[in-house]
Write a protein that binds this ligand. Structure first.
Ligand code: AMP
Length: 226
Protein backbone atom coordinates (compact mmCIF):
# COMPACT_ATOMS: atom_id res chain seq x y z
CA UNK A 1 0.00 0.00 0.00
CA UNK A 2 1.34 3.46 -0.92
CA UNK A 3 1.02 6.05 1.82
CA UNK A 4 -0.65 9.30 0.76
CA UNK A 5 0.40 11.35 3.73
CA UNK A 6 2.81 11.28 6.65
CA UNK A 7 1.78 8.56 9.06
CA UNK A 8 3.22 8.37 12.56
CA UNK A 9 2.70 5.30 14.68
CA UNK A 10 3.97 3.93 17.98
CA UNK A 11 4.18 0.24 18.86
CA UNK A 12 4.00 -0.74 22.53
CA UNK A 13 4.08 -3.95 24.52
CA UNK A 14 6.23 -5.54 27.22
CA UNK A 15 9.78 -6.64 26.33
CA UNK A 16 9.49 -9.90 24.41
CA UNK A 17 5.91 -9.27 23.24
CA UNK A 18 6.97 -9.56 19.60
CA UNK A 19 7.36 -5.82 18.98
CA UNK A 20 10.55 -6.31 16.95
CA UNK A 21 9.05 -8.96 14.67
CA UNK A 22 5.73 -7.14 14.18
CA UNK A 23 7.60 -3.86 13.57
CA UNK A 24 9.70 -5.49 10.89
CA UNK A 25 6.56 -6.79 9.17
CA UNK A 26 4.82 -3.40 9.42
CA UNK A 27 7.77 -1.55 7.95
CA UNK A 28 8.01 -4.09 5.11
CA UNK A 29 4.28 -4.06 4.30
CA UNK A 30 3.56 -0.39 4.75
CA UNK A 31 6.89 1.31 4.07
CA UNK A 32 7.22 3.07 7.43
CA UNK A 33 10.70 3.76 8.82
CA UNK A 34 11.38 1.68 11.93
CA UNK A 35 12.82 3.73 14.78
CA UNK A 36 13.72 1.45 17.70
CA UNK A 37 15.05 3.02 20.89
CA UNK A 38 16.63 -0.28 21.96
CA UNK A 39 18.46 -0.62 18.62
CA UNK A 40 19.68 2.98 18.81
CA UNK A 41 21.01 2.34 22.32
CA UNK A 42 22.63 -0.95 21.34
CA UNK A 43 24.36 0.73 18.39
CA UNK A 44 25.79 3.28 20.81
CA UNK A 45 26.94 0.48 23.10
CA UNK A 46 28.53 -1.47 20.23
CA UNK A 47 30.41 1.64 19.19
CA UNK A 48 31.84 1.62 22.76
CA UNK A 49 31.38 5.37 23.18
CA UNK A 50 31.64 6.71 26.72
CA UNK A 51 27.88 7.24 26.72
CA UNK A 52 27.45 3.72 25.36
CA UNK A 53 29.33 2.15 28.29
CA UNK A 54 27.27 4.10 30.82
CA UNK A 55 24.13 2.98 29.05
CA UNK A 56 25.20 -0.66 29.07
CA UNK A 57 25.49 -0.72 32.85
CA UNK A 58 21.92 0.55 33.14
CA UNK A 59 20.46 -1.68 30.41
CA UNK A 60 22.14 -4.86 31.69
CA UNK A 61 20.37 -4.30 34.98
CA UNK A 62 17.01 -3.93 33.26
CA UNK A 63 16.61 -0.29 34.27
CA UNK A 64 15.23 2.52 32.15
CA UNK A 65 17.58 5.30 31.04
CA UNK A 66 16.81 8.92 32.02
CA UNK A 67 13.82 10.48 30.26
CA UNK A 68 15.57 13.66 29.12
CA UNK A 69 18.43 11.73 27.55
CA UNK A 70 16.06 9.34 25.77
CA UNK A 71 13.82 12.15 24.53
CA UNK A 72 16.80 14.06 23.14
CA UNK A 73 18.18 10.94 21.42
CA UNK A 74 14.88 9.86 19.84
CA UNK A 75 13.58 13.30 18.85
CA UNK A 76 16.92 13.97 17.17
CA UNK A 77 16.55 10.81 15.06
CA UNK A 78 12.91 11.60 14.24
CA UNK A 79 13.78 15.12 13.12
CA UNK A 80 16.32 13.64 10.73
CA UNK A 81 13.48 11.71 9.07
CA UNK A 82 11.71 14.95 8.12
CA UNK A 83 8.41 14.15 6.42
CA UNK A 84 8.88 10.40 6.25
CA UNK A 85 6.34 8.14 7.92
CA UNK A 86 7.63 6.22 10.91
CA UNK A 87 6.93 3.51 13.43
CA UNK A 88 8.39 4.19 16.84
CA UNK A 89 9.30 1.12 18.90
CA UNK A 90 10.45 1.22 22.55
CA UNK A 91 9.71 4.92 23.02
CA UNK A 92 7.82 6.42 24.82
CA UNK A 93 8.19 4.22 27.90
CA UNK A 94 7.13 6.80 30.52
CA UNK A 95 4.51 9.54 30.72
CA UNK A 96 7.26 12.18 30.55
CA UNK A 97 8.58 10.66 27.33
CA UNK A 98 5.03 10.51 25.88
CA UNK A 99 4.58 14.20 26.67
CA UNK A 100 7.92 15.08 25.07
CA UNK A 101 6.86 13.20 21.91
CA UNK A 102 3.47 14.92 21.97
CA UNK A 103 5.11 18.34 22.08
CA UNK A 104 6.90 17.58 18.82
CA UNK A 105 4.53 15.32 16.83
CA UNK A 106 0.96 14.14 16.79
CA UNK A 107 0.79 10.36 16.80
CA UNK A 108 -1.82 8.80 14.47
CA UNK A 109 -2.06 5.43 16.13
CA UNK A 110 -0.59 3.37 18.96
CA UNK A 111 -0.46 -0.38 18.47
CA UNK A 112 -0.40 -2.18 21.79
CA UNK A 113 0.67 -5.84 21.93
CA UNK A 114 -0.92 -7.39 24.97
CA UNK A 115 0.94 -10.63 25.72
CA UNK A 116 0.80 -12.38 29.14
CA UNK A 117 3.98 -12.01 31.26
CA UNK A 118 4.18 -15.80 31.71
CA UNK A 119 4.42 -16.28 27.92
CA UNK A 120 7.09 -13.61 27.76
CA UNK A 121 9.30 -15.11 30.45
CA UNK A 122 9.39 -18.41 28.56
CA UNK A 123 9.90 -16.70 25.24
CA UNK A 124 12.83 -14.44 26.10
CA UNK A 125 15.02 -17.38 27.02
CA UNK A 126 14.73 -18.64 23.42
CA UNK A 127 15.35 -15.27 21.77
CA UNK A 128 18.42 -14.77 19.56
CA UNK A 129 19.52 -11.53 17.91
CA UNK A 130 21.67 -10.43 15.00
CA UNK A 131 23.34 -7.48 16.72
CA UNK A 132 24.39 -5.34 13.70
CA UNK A 133 20.87 -5.26 12.18
CA UNK A 134 18.72 -5.82 15.28
CA UNK A 135 16.93 -8.74 13.56
CA UNK A 136 15.37 -11.00 16.15
CA UNK A 137 14.66 -14.74 15.97
CA UNK A 138 12.92 -17.12 18.33
CA UNK A 139 14.02 -20.74 18.21
CA UNK A 140 10.43 -21.88 18.94
CA UNK A 141 8.30 -19.96 16.46
CA UNK A 142 10.51 -17.80 14.26
CA UNK A 143 13.78 -19.74 13.86
CA UNK A 144 16.60 -18.69 11.52
CA UNK A 145 16.93 -20.81 8.35
CA UNK A 146 20.32 -22.08 9.57
CA UNK A 147 20.51 -22.58 13.36
CA UNK A 148 22.60 -19.85 15.02
CA UNK A 149 23.04 -17.74 11.86
CA UNK A 150 21.34 -14.60 10.55
CA UNK A 151 19.14 -15.24 7.45
CA UNK A 152 20.38 -12.18 5.56
CA UNK A 153 24.10 -11.97 6.32
CA UNK A 154 24.90 -15.49 7.58
CA UNK A 155 26.62 -13.91 10.60
CA UNK A 156 26.34 -15.50 14.07
CA UNK A 157 23.36 -14.74 16.33
CA UNK A 158 23.80 -13.93 20.03
CA UNK A 159 21.62 -13.85 23.13
CA UNK A 160 21.19 -10.41 24.66
CA UNK A 161 22.92 -9.81 28.01
CA UNK A 162 19.64 -8.42 29.37
CA UNK A 163 17.59 -11.53 28.47
CA UNK A 164 18.65 -13.39 31.64
CA UNK A 165 15.71 -14.45 33.90
CA UNK A 166 16.62 -11.98 36.67
CA UNK A 167 16.92 -9.03 34.32
CA UNK A 168 13.77 -10.04 32.45
CA UNK A 169 11.81 -9.88 35.74
CA UNK A 170 13.20 -6.39 36.37
CA UNK A 171 12.33 -5.23 32.87
CA UNK A 172 8.77 -6.52 33.25
CA UNK A 173 8.48 -4.67 36.58
CA UNK A 174 9.71 -1.46 34.91
CA UNK A 175 7.11 -2.02 32.22
CA UNK A 176 4.33 -2.50 34.74
CA UNK A 177 5.25 0.52 36.86
CA UNK A 178 6.45 3.02 34.28
CA UNK A 179 5.10 2.04 30.87
CA UNK A 180 1.58 0.77 31.55
CA UNK A 181 0.47 4.31 32.53
CA UNK A 182 1.49 5.39 29.01
CA UNK A 183 -1.15 2.99 27.61
CA UNK A 184 -3.77 4.82 29.67
CA UNK A 185 -2.41 8.15 28.39
CA UNK A 186 -2.95 7.08 24.76
CA UNK A 187 -6.27 5.37 25.52
CA UNK A 188 -7.61 8.68 26.82
CA UNK A 189 -6.47 10.37 23.59
CA UNK A 190 -8.42 7.76 21.59
CA UNK A 191 -5.43 6.49 19.59
CA UNK A 192 -4.75 3.17 21.37
CA UNK A 193 -5.46 -0.08 19.55
CA UNK A 194 -4.82 -3.24 21.58
CA UNK A 195 -4.06 -6.68 20.13
CA UNK A 196 -4.07 -9.58 22.58
CA UNK A 197 -2.59 -13.04 22.13
CA UNK A 198 0.27 -15.39 22.88
CA UNK A 199 1.65 -15.96 19.37
CA UNK A 200 3.11 -13.29 17.10
CA UNK A 201 2.01 -15.11 13.94
CA UNK A 202 -1.60 -15.06 15.15
CA UNK A 203 -1.50 -11.41 16.26
CA UNK A 204 0.10 -10.16 13.03
CA UNK A 205 -2.90 -10.64 10.62
CA UNK A 206 -5.04 -8.49 12.94
CA UNK A 207 -2.42 -5.74 13.08
CA UNK A 208 -2.02 -5.88 9.30
CA UNK A 209 -5.79 -5.67 8.67
CA UNK A 210 -6.13 -2.80 11.14
CA UNK A 211 -3.36 -0.77 9.50
CA UNK A 212 -4.75 -1.46 6.05
CA UNK A 213 -8.15 -0.10 7.15
CA UNK A 214 -6.61 2.85 8.92
CA UNK A 215 -4.39 3.87 5.99
CA UNK A 216 -7.25 3.46 3.49
CA UNK A 217 -9.40 5.80 5.58
CA UNK A 218 -6.57 8.35 5.85
CA UNK A 219 -5.89 8.16 2.10
CA UNK A 220 -9.57 8.81 1.36
CA UNK A 221 -9.51 11.80 3.68
CA UNK A 222 -6.46 13.20 1.88
CA UNK A 223 -8.10 12.60 -1.52
CA UNK A 224 -11.31 14.28 -0.28
CA UNK A 225 -9.42 17.35 0.83
CA UNK A 226 -7.31 17.44 -2.32
P1 AMP B 1 14.38 -2.74 24.30
O1 AMP B 1 15.21 -3.43 23.28
O2 AMP B 1 13.40 -1.78 23.68
O3 AMP B 1 13.72 -3.70 25.26
O4 AMP B 1 15.37 -1.82 25.17
C1 AMP B 1 16.43 -2.39 25.92
C2 AMP B 1 16.76 -1.51 27.10
O5 AMP B 1 17.12 -0.20 26.66
C3 AMP B 1 15.63 -1.29 28.09
O6 AMP B 1 15.51 -2.34 29.01
C4 AMP B 1 16.06 0.02 28.75
O7 AMP B 1 17.10 -0.20 29.67
C5 AMP B 1 16.65 0.79 27.58
N1 AMP B 1 15.61 1.60 26.89
C6 AMP B 1 15.12 1.42 25.64
N2 AMP B 1 14.19 2.35 25.33
C7 AMP B 1 14.09 3.14 26.42
C8 AMP B 1 13.29 4.27 26.74
N3 AMP B 1 12.38 4.77 25.87
N4 AMP B 1 13.46 4.84 27.97
C9 AMP B 1 14.36 4.36 28.84
N5 AMP B 1 15.13 3.30 28.62
C10 AMP B 1 15.01 2.67 27.42
Amino acid sequence: MVLQRVFRAVIMGPPGSGKGTISERITKSFGLKHVSSGDILRNNMNAKTELGLLMKACIDQGQLLPDNMMARLILHDLRALGNESWLLDGFPRTILQAEALDDAYSVDTVINLNVPFETIKKRLSSRWTHTPSGRVYNIDFNPPKVPGLDDVTGEPLVQRDDDTPHTVSRRLKAYENQTEPVLEYYRSKGVLQTFSGTETNKIWPHVEAFLQRKLTILSKKVAGHG
